[in-house]
Unconditional design. Structure first.
Length: 131
């Protein structure tokens, strides 16, 4: 799996807007993938891979403390996911095109991959350079 920042942004936006379940139900295979599926089995396999990719991105976001499971203390009932404070900060930075473009260009200029650690380090510098 490759980390997909566009998917991450879409997922975080859906969580912030309290429409994550609806978002998951509306995700469709890209036309280029669907058209290459010649059989029903191939189409089901592509859907499985896409669902696995989404689950893995959810796991990445949990591991990075960007999102957490919401559970009741008494009954341990899972009410879904929510953004952490760090998740809200990341989403604000991704949503702001000037900040996000500066973060991406800083990573490119430094010749490093756009990892979570790079993003966390670059966001404050990007904000400072814009102010």
């Amino acid at each position: 799996m490759k980390r997909d920042w566009i998917l991450i942004k879409e997922m975080l936006l859906a969580l912030e807007e309290d429409r994550f379940s609806e978002y998951l139900n509306t995700i469709e295979l890209p036309n280029s993938v669907a058209m290459n599926c010649k059989t029903k089995e191939a189409l089901e396999r592509a859907k499985y891979i896409q669902a696995k990719n989404i689950r893995e991105h959810i796991d990445l976001l949990k591991e990075s403390h960007i999102i957490v499971d919401v559970k009741t203390d008494t009954e341990n009932i899972n009410f879904g996911l929510r953004l952490t404070m760090e998740g809200h900060d990341l989403l604000d930075s991704i949503r702001d095109k000037a900040i996000w473009n500066k973060v991406v260009s800083m990573a490119q200029e430094a010749g490093v991959a756009l990892s979570w650690e790079v993003i966390k380090a670059a966001i404050p510098k990007a904000i400072q350079s814009i102010l």
